[in-house]
Design a protein around this ligand. Structure first.
Ligand code: ADP
Ligand code: ADP
Length: 227
């Protein structure tokens, strides 16, 4: 369980300060699929970055089970992130000079209890592509490789920032179905940010943000399938 208590984040650039997060309170249960919705600039990425320890809070506290993230040193935070957290971004960030299987292996190498690369390829429907290079794949296929890579270390929680942002509708559906399966069948906690309201139908919980605040909080009893 993740508890976010009274979290604020203020960016300061010279004379300009931006209150990107204003007193955020939120609990994320294990195995929950949470979607954070909101217009551009509302603070979604900042929230994801501070929950996942990619950035520090200005005030407030974030606790993962019994670990207070806000009390960890930078190196402790890095170790925590490597062991427990997976990330899927809009950019696939694959290494172009490594083949698909080696890209996935990079993810496995940082995990304590990694999953098998070939099995992951099968899971994302690319069992034949292990020896291909990223430029030989379509955008949808590259995103599936990046999902396999982030799963390779077997994370407890997967953070997704606009994971379908650069995909067409067909590939978006595939990627969302895959995330849903990870949530349903492997009980991975998923925190996904998007400005696409359609994706919210898949979530257990939807949080709407505006100007650094949570403006709405919806429990979704009838979550829909991406298929
Ligand atoms: P969203 O993800 O919803 O588009 P962000 O979290 O990226 O929103 O941004 C929230 C606010 O914080 C915006 O006003 C944005 O301009 C500002 N912001 C984000 N990152 C920085 C930064 N590194 N420095 C200064 N301001 C920032
Ligand atoms: P998808 O539905 O996954 O986006 P596409 O229709 O874009 O797939 O691509 C079909 C096939 O063509 C894929 O199997 C992919 O390997 C190949 N392909 C797509 N784009 C490229 C590219 N730029 N270079 C080489 N092969 C490509």
């Amino acid at each position: 369980m993740i508890i976010i208590r009274d979290v604020t984040k203020t960016y300061t650039n010279g004379d300009v300060t931006t209150d990107a997060l204003k007193n955020i309170n939120l609990t994320i249960e294990d195995g929950e699929f949470i979607v954070i919705l909101g217009p551009s600039g509302s603070g979604k990425s900042t929230l994801l970055n501070v929950i996942s320890g990619l950035d520090t809070v200005t005030s407030g506290e974030i606790t993962f089970n019994s670990t207070a993230l806000t009390s960890l040193s930078e190196s402790e935070m890095t170790a925590f992130r490597r062991e427990h957290l997976g990330f899927i971004f809009q950019q696939y960030n694959l290494l172009q000079n490594l083949n698909v299987l080696d890209n996935i292996q990079i993810g496995a190498d940082i995990g304590k209890d990694p999953l098998d690369g070939q099995e992951l390829l099968k899971a994302v429907g690319l069992q034949e592509a292990g020896n291909k290079y990223p430029h030989q794949l379509s955008g949808g296929e590259q995103q599936r490789v990046s999902i396999a890579r982030s799963l390779a270390k077997n994370p407890d929680i997967i953070f997704c920032d606009e994971p379908t942002g650069s995909l067409d509708e067909h590939n978006s559906k595939n990627v969302l179905a895959m995330l849903q399966e990870l949530n349903n069948n492997y009980h991975k906690t998923i925190v996904l940010i998007t400005h696409n309201a359609g994706i919210a139908e898949m979530a257990d919980k939807v949080i709407k943000m505006n100007s650094g605040e949570i403006t709405e909080f919806i429990m979704n009893k009838e979550k829909k399938s991406a298929r």
